[in-house]
Design a protein around this ligand. Structure first.
Ligand SMILES: Nc1nc2c(ncn2[C@@H]2O[C@H](COP(=O)(O)OP(=O)(O)OP(=O)(O)O)[C@@H](O)[C@H]2O)c(=O)[nH]1
Ligand SMILES: [Mg+2]
Length: 204
């Protein structure tokens, strides 16, 4: 549920990139950040990284135009994928409104993708969030590699909810914005439903 502050008339929607370590979450976030005009976004903080591996989290926010008199922001986070950093991942997931699961298409990492999804479901449950109704988009990244998990297999084992999914090559900025737009759309749609329930009207 997005944070709606009626006094300051602000709405914050939190989008979190999850998935196995080295799957491409930070690469997605860096590319999105670069494509958003400076005036509409904060700097990107990649807090505590070691080489390619995020040890804390990635974060930036985007100011949208005022919607229905509310200043609306998307807060974009990327968690650390390494199993060891579960407590940090869980902290970042607090208050999440939408998820992008970045899967690594490298065939040898199929089990890591499955483990990461189970870990995610477990953390959402611990917060009392409903995985089945949470806005979620899947991204099958690294389609440029030679030995890759076929999309049909990913759809069967990772996408039982039949969410929207995208193939991507994040290092070439391929599929990155399509994925991001899809999750933004889902989050706004859910926000609309919430506002409509509360006021009988929503956002356009
Ligand atoms: N071949 C290939 N490499 C990619 C692609 N996307 C990202 N990478 C590379 O994969 C490595 C890991 O990418 P990151 O974006 O740091 O992965 P991450 O999911 O943030 O990893 P953690 O922070 O450890 O959870 C980097 O060397 C990227 O350049 C892709 O589409 N194809
Ligand atoms: Mg990272």
């Amino acid at each position: 549920m997005p944070i709606i502050n009626y006094r300051t008339r602000e709405i914050n929607c939190k989008i979190v990139y999850v998935g196995p370590s080295l799957g491409g979450k930070t690469t997605n976030i860096e590319n999105i950040h670069q494509l958003i005009p400076d005036k509409n976004r904060t700097n990107l903080s990649s807090i505590d990284t070691e080489g390619d591996r995020t040890l804390f989290f990635d974060y930036f926010s985007i100011d949208l135009e005022d919607i229905a008199g509310f200043k609306t922001k998307f807060l974009v986070y990327g968690v650390p994928g390494q199993p060891y950093y579960r407590s940090t991942r869980k902290m970042v997931l607090n208050g999440v409104d939408g998820l992008v699961f970045v899967a690594d298409s490298d065939k040898s990492r199929l089990q890591d993708n499955l483990d990461s999804l189970e870990d995610l479901k477990g953390m959402l449950k611990e917060y009392g969030y409903d995985y089945e109704s949470m806005p979620l988009v899947l991204q099958y990244n690294k389609r440029d590699l030679f030995f890759i998990t076929p999309v049909e297999e990913f759809e069967q084992v990772l996408n039982q909810r039949k969410c929207r999914s995208f193939e991507a090559v994040a290092i070439e900025n391929n599929g990155v914005m399509d994925t991001f737009k899809a999750i933004c759309g889902e989050v706004v749609q859910k926000l609309n439903n919430t506002l409509a329930q509360q006021f009988g009207g929503g956002m356009r």
